[in-house]
Design a protein around this ligand. Sequence first.
Ligand SMILES: *[C@@H]1O[C@H](CO)[C@@H](O)[C@H](O)[C@H]1NC(C)=O
Ligand SMILES: *[C@@H]1O[C@H](CO)[C@@H](O)[C@H](O)[C@H]1NC(C)=O
Ligand SMILES: *[C@@H]1O[C@H](CO)[C@@H](O)[C@H](O)[C@H]1NC(C)=O
Ligand SMILES: *[C@@H]1O[C@H](CO)[C@@H](O)[C@H](O)[C@H]1NC(C)=O
Ligand SMILES: *[C@@H]1O[C@H](CO)[C@@H](O)[C@H](O)[C@H]1NC(C)=O
Ligand SMILES: *[C@@H]1O[C@H](CO)[C@@H](O)[C@H](O)[C@H]1NC(C)=O
Length: 291
Amino acid sequence: MVLFLGLQAFKEAWEMACSFRARTRIVIPAGYNFLVHPVDFGGPCKSKVTLDILGTIVAPEDPAAWKGLNRRKWLYFHGVKHLTLEGGGTVNGMGWLWWAQSCKINKTNPCRNAPTAITFHKCKDLKVKNLKVVCGQKMHIAFTNCLRVLTFRLIVTSPAVSPNTDGIHISASHGVNIKDSVVRTGDDCISIVSNSSRIKIRNIVCGPGHGISIGSLGKSNSSSLVRDVMVDGAFLSNTDNGVRIKTWQGGSGNATNITFQNIFMENVSNPIIIDQYYCDAQMPCANQVWY
Ligand SMILES: *[C@@H]1O[C@H](CO)[C@@H](O)[C@H](O)[C@H]1NC(C)=O
Ligand SMILES: *[C@@H]1O[C@H](CO)[C@@H](O)[C@H](O)[C@H]1NC(C)=O
Ligand SMILES: *[C@@H]1O[C@H](CO)[C@@H](O)[C@H](O)[C@H]1NC(C)=O
Ligand SMILES: *[C@@H]1O[C@H](CO)[C@@H](O)[C@H](O)[C@H]1NC(C)=O
Ligand SMILES: *[C@@H]1O[C@H](CO)[C@@H](O)[C@H](O)[C@H]1NC(C)=O
Ligand SMILES: *[C@@H]1O[C@H](CO)[C@@H](O)[C@H](O)[C@H]1NC(C)=O
């Protein structure tokens, strides 16, 4: 059964919870599917908010629902402190029509943006735990410009053939802790980019997918500093890559103090890769190394 929790209803619940002075909990009850259109959940909030997802949140299936809206976002949390997402329920991006429209799947399609299912932007002291996130339109979960994130008991799944469906993406964030989770998608299980630091990843099951990746870094001659990354305890199976650091030519910066340990792999094509000529573009990248 689909309950049409209109954009207004969810937004209103958020506004109320966010402006309430005591700790509040928004509950998505078990046993229901809630169709939720692209929505921004903005902070700061007056107190700590918990979004308790017991049931299922589903995205509109048809990309046309994004007409006139930002195609990069579906559930977008920004500027919130002490937010918790939990509950054992499911967030379903319903991504199949987006995948079919991807230029990675069919070269005659134009390359256009697709939403990250759940984005946390500029969030502080965030907890995301005990949830399933499935069939992301593009990336499943992204932490961008966040400080202090604790994530555990997540199950993230999409078909191996779904394009650019990174499981967990960390960008310009510090103090991110991810543990006890399973990621099976069509792209990186976990990717760490642009000026991120103090990232700890423990007890992760990964595959299919493209493995655990630092980068890509340095695209379009940009500069990036990724440091203090510890991946301790991962089982990767049926992935293209195992652990990887990838940088574009022309970029600058450093990837320092990166540790991968206790990594077990089975049927992984490229177990360890450090690629300083990464090029994920429709045209071949021009050589920028001059002797
Ligand atoms: C690719 O897309 C074009 C245009 O939409 C379509 O005609 C063609 O059948 C598609 N090819 C495949 C292999 O799906
Ligand atoms: C990383 O930080 C530096 C210095 O603040 C900034 O110039 C650069 O644009 C950042 N890189 C990215 C990819 O955000
Ligand atoms: C990066 O810098 C190189 C060398 O200066 C230049 O040829 C190239 O066009 C630049 N690329 C981009 C994407 O700005
Ligand atoms: C390297 O990173 C670890 C976290 O993975 C941190 O505890 C340690 O202090 C860092 N070492 C240096 C020299 O910064
Ligand atoms: C090995 O992994 C590839 C994907 O990288 C998959 O297609 C293949 O079925 C796997 N082989 C076995 C024996 O599981
Ligand atoms: C990267 O490391 C090198 C060598 O340690 C250092 O000279 C350079 O300044 C660092 N770059 C940045 C952007 O921190």
